[in-house]
Structure formats: C-alpha cells, structure tokens
Design a protein around this ligand. Structure first.
Ligand code: SAH
Ligand code: SF4
Ligand code: F3S
Length: 438
C-alpha cells in the first residue's frame, strides 16, 4: 500500500464495548500505516465514527453527530460499525459529507479507502460480512489505560427476536487461542493490569478443544495479567465451570453480566431467549452458591410486543428476587429485519415510558441495598483513573465485583492495586480507606 502523506485522524465510538475495541483497532491500524490519531475533530484530515444500530435512538444519535461533524468541510468522513453495515450506501444520502462506509468486517480496507477519498474525493462502501482476517490480525494498541478489552469472538447466531446484531455482525467466529494469548501478553507488557474478554456471547467461544472456561484458565495461568473479566454471557449457556474457576481464582473477577431481558416466560419465549424465568433464577442461585461474593448485573427490555401489565410485574418480581448490582434498562425498539419487527409494536409509547420508570426505581432500590450491604467490608481495588474531570484529589478504582470506589490520591497511581475498607456510599460510589498496597 502506498501512503502518500501522514493524515491526522480523529475517531469517535458509539455503542458497545466491541465497538470501543474495534475503534482502538482501527486507530492502531491507521497508525501502523503512518497516520496520526488526534483527540479532536478540529483540523483532522479524516473523521471516523464507529456506530451502533441496536435501537433506533442509537442510530438517530449517530446521524445527528455525523451531520454535526459535517461542518468540518475539509475532513473526509468515514462511517464504520453496525449502522454502516445496516445502511450501506444509503448513508451517502442521509449525510452527504460521508465519503467511506465500512461495515463490521471491512476495517482492513480502510487505509486505502481513506487515501483514495483524501486524494481523489472517491467514495466507497464495504459491507461484506464473514471476513476472518479482521478477527485474527487486527493490530492492538500498545499503550493506554490499565483496563483493556480483548475480543475473543465476533458475531452472534442466537437470533433473539428483537435483536439486529446477528444481521450486522455475522456468524460466530472465534479467534485462535494463540492470537488471544499474544494480544493479552502484549497489553500486559504495555501496562494493562486488567483484561476483559469480549464477545456477544463469550460462552460460544471455541478453538478446537478449548472452550471459554479453558481459555480463561490459560489466560490466568500463562499471562501476567492481574485481573480477568468477560462480557457478555448468555444465561442459557453459562455453566458451573465458569463459576468454579471464579471461586478458585481470585484474579478471575467475581462479576457476571447476565442479561435476563424479561421476567415473564411468555415474553422470554417470544424473545427466543432459550431459557425460562425459573432456569434463569436457578443460574443466579448456582452462581451465588459457588461464588458467594459474586455481583450480577443485567439488561432488561420493557414494552416488547404484547407485554401486559402482568408480564411486566413478573419482570419487577424477578429484579427483586435476583438481587442485581445494576441493570441497563431499555424500551423496546423495533428493528427492521428482526423476527419481532413482524409483530405489532403494540405497547403504547407512554406505557413503555411508565414501565421503564417503574423498573428503574426498583433497580435503583435493589442496587442501593446490594451496595449498602457492602459498607464496612474490605475489598481489593484496581485504580483505573482519575475520579472525575477536575477532581484530582481522588483516584477511581473498581472492586472485583465492578463496584466503583474513590480513594484519596496521595502517593497512589493509576494501575496500583490496593486493599480498602469501603467506608461510605454516595451516588452508588464507595469512599475507600486504603489499608494496604498490593
Ligand atoms: N450481546 C449482548 C448485548 C446485545 S445488545 C447480549 O446478548 O447480551 C445490548 C442490549 O441491548 C441487549 O441485552 C438488550 O437488552 C438491548 N436490546 C437489544 N435489541 C434491542 C431492541 N430492539 N430494543 C431495545 N433494546 C434492545
Ligand atoms: Fe442480540 Fe441475543 Fe445475540 Fe445478544 S445473544 S447479540 S441479544 S441476538
Ligand atoms: Fe450496537 Fe453493534 Fe454493539 S448494534 S450494541 S455496536 S454490536
């Protein structure tokens, strides 16, 4: 590939952790070609926006942002990610300033497409799915924060009836164990202390005889990483082996994100989730019996087609019973092409809003209870950044359960691990008193 000159490139990421990871990879790829990543769109030669399509609102935000960025007239605007995959060339009409549209498996084509756009004003669209080169050889960025993501699978074949992801990310492809290990090693060498293994459903990972449990064990045994996390696991697939490893290995953090989506069996069935409320709650009990200090977080959708007040009450009851540390809650948004989009979106907008509101207050009440019970406890935290913009007296850390803790900065630094007593809880964040450094 012939690089004519060094371009300044600004990247922005919407959507999930997989997108954040891909955005870093795209940045590293372009840096590898001699370009320079900059922190602001002002004066950038190229602006890359990695987008999300999971709900209509996510797309509206991305379009709004692209229109806003279009005022940088000299810059070549590139749209990547799920909305690029879904809309393809239609994006040229929606946002005329866009020059390159690159779907979820085409990032390797970006350097050349960007050069062509900058040099000749050429437009291009790449939305073919199934490319495997992306997944093995996406270059990682060897600097930056202490907590990093590593994708282990791409794609999803679960076809939950509401979800657009399988159509935009393609079939499940697992990365090779070797390239995952190399990436984790590289990140550890460059200062990462914690790694989160990423996949739409990490439990679907398989490379020969190695499944997710074996992979996690290998990362713990054979890399110097101090903490391991994972995101997301499907409640139907996660088994005792993962929890047993968590119980045995302190570095395998006691936290699982286990999206339940709904509490009524009729709705779960219509969502094609592959488990019932009873089997979900049985998994929660299994998790807590094997890993007594585990924190469980979840995702929930309200207002799925035909959801009645009684169905919704079952979701509320489930939230009370399961004891989540936190929940991401969403109003159902029909996505064209999904099975659920053929059903009438018959829960009125007002009802969806009310249900979301009611759900959030129960989620918050439970969250306060779950966290409140920890006041006075001792926890090991990894310091992963400044507390807040402008608040330099404190550093922020996370417990293995992914709970937020602030500690006085004093002589501590990002990347340190310290033992703290959780003294006070305010805005769902603990104040920690450091009792030992690790
Ligand atoms: N792969 C992950 C996350 C998928 S998207 C998983 O399977 O858990 C993240 C969350 O967005 C989902 O868990 C779901 O709660 C929500 N979501 C997905 N599609 C949606 C839709 N059409 N409307 C509203 N929320 C949706
Ligand atoms: Fe979407 Fe379901 Fe796959 Fe998650 S498991 S990405 S919700 S289809
Ligand atoms: Fe969004 Fe695509 Fe992630 S739709 S949630 S960016 S997989």
């Amino acid at each position: 590939m012939r690089i004519v000159r060094t371009l300044t490139v600004y990247c922005e990421s919407f959507g999930c952790q997989m997108n954040a990871y891909d955005t870093d990879g795209i940045g590293a790829l372009l840096e590898g070609c001699g370009h320079r990543i900059v922190g602001s769109p002002d004066a950038a030669d190229c602006i890359i926006v990695n987008t999300c399509s999971v709900r209509e609102h996510a797309e509206q935000r991305a379009i709004g942002r692209l229109l806003d960025l279009s005022r940088h007239r000299e810059a070549v605007i590139v749209v990547c990610g799920c909305m690029a995959q879904r809309m393809g060339a239609r994006l040229f009409d929606l946002v005329p300033a866009v020059k390159v549209v690159a779907g979820t498996d085409s990032y390797f084509l970006l350097p050349e497409a960007i050069s062509n756009a900058v040099d000749n004003g050429e437009r291009s669209v790449f939305i073919e799915l199934g490319g495997s080169s992306v997944i093995e050889t996406m270059p990682e960025k060897h600097e930056g924060p202490v907590s990093r993501y590593v994708a282990i699978t791409r794609g999803c074949e679960n076809y939950c009836s509401y979800c657009i992801v399988p159509y935009l990310r393609g079939k499940v492809r697992s990365r090779s164990v070797r390239s995952i290990m190399e990436e984790v090693d590289g990140l550890a060498e460059s200062g990462a202390r914690e790694v989160t293994l990423l996949g739409q459903n990490v439990i679907a990972f398989r490379d020969g005889s190695i499944g997710f449990g074996e992979l996690a064990r290998k990362v713990l045994d054979e890399t110097p990483i101090r903490r391991l996390r994972f995101l997301t696991s499907h409640p139907r697939d996660v088994g005792a082996d993962v929890f047993e490893l968590m119980a045995a290995e302190k570095r395998f953090c006691s936290h699982i994100h286990l999206p339940v989506q709904a509490g009524s069996n009729r709705i779960l069935e219509a969502m094609n989730r592959g488990y019932s409320r009873e089997t979900y709650l049985a998994k929660v009990r299994m998790a807590r019996s094997i890993v007594p200090d585990i924190a469980i977080t979840t995702d929930i959708i309200v207002g799925f087609p035909s959801e009645t007040d009684a169905d919704f009450r079952e979701t509320i009851d489930l939230v009370r019973e399961a004891g989540f540390d936190a929940a991401f809650t969403f109003q159902y948004s029909p996505r064209s092409g999904t099975a659920a989009s053929l059903l009438a979106d018959d829960v009125p907008a007002e009802t969806k809003k009310e249900r979301l509101h009611a759900l959030n207050s129960v989620v918050m009440e439970k969250r306060a209870n779950m966290l409140g019970a920890q006041v006075g406890a001792t926890a090991e935290i990894l310091l992963d950044g400044a507390a807040q913009k402008g608040e330099y007296r404190f550093l922020k850390g996370r417990t293995p359960q992914f709970r937020n803790v602030l500690v006085p900065r004093e002589n501590l630094r990002e990347g340190d691990m310290v033992l703290v007593v959780l003294r006070r809880l305010a805005n769902f964040t603990f104040e920690g008193e450091v009792v030992a450094e690790r």
